[in-house]
Design a protein around this ligand. Sequence first.
Ligand code: FES
Length: 211
Amino acid sequence: MKLVNLSINDKEIQAEEGMPLLQVCLDNDIYVPNLCYLEGMEEPHASCRLCFVEIEGRPVASCTVKVRDALVVRTDTEQVRRLQRTALQFLLSTHHVNCKECPANKKCELQRIAKFLKVGLKPKHLEQHLKDIETDDSHPVLNYYPNRCVLCGKCIYVCRKKHGHALLTFAKRGIHTVISFYGKEDMERLPGKECLACVKICPVSAITLKA
Ligand code: FES
């Protein structure tokens, strides 16, 4: 293991070479908003676009950067905040904000990030693009709520890690993208109530156990 020295917000930091920059920030109590990253991910797919930082004036998604010696990083510039707010507003434009009715209320990552970035959960002038289906109840033990889902992919990642292959996947494209469970046969051999890794990892309660 080789240690490197870098600077984040003028703080001198030592970290293992090759670690994701986002992880190094979080490990050093420097919060960078993030939704789609999990510690240990080999190839983060960087879909939420919230984890921007600046390296030598250039914005980069910090989950995709491997730390190296002499990096100079800022996590709190105006440019960084503007990009993070835009990414958040994009997510909110496809999110049914109905916190009082939502089991994630008060522990929701979107709420936390909105508070951190000082963005209202219902920004004025933000056009909403909600999906037609509020609840997908096709799974035997789980419900999926497309208009809560932020498409972070953590459920797919933890499922694959735990079972060797994922029992759920992204389906459709663009603004129509949703999480989908595989066919009926696969559903029947799902670990269901014995596992629930996808339910536990979801940052916004888009997958829940059926009542
Ligand atoms: Fe980096 Fe989502 S955490 S893009």
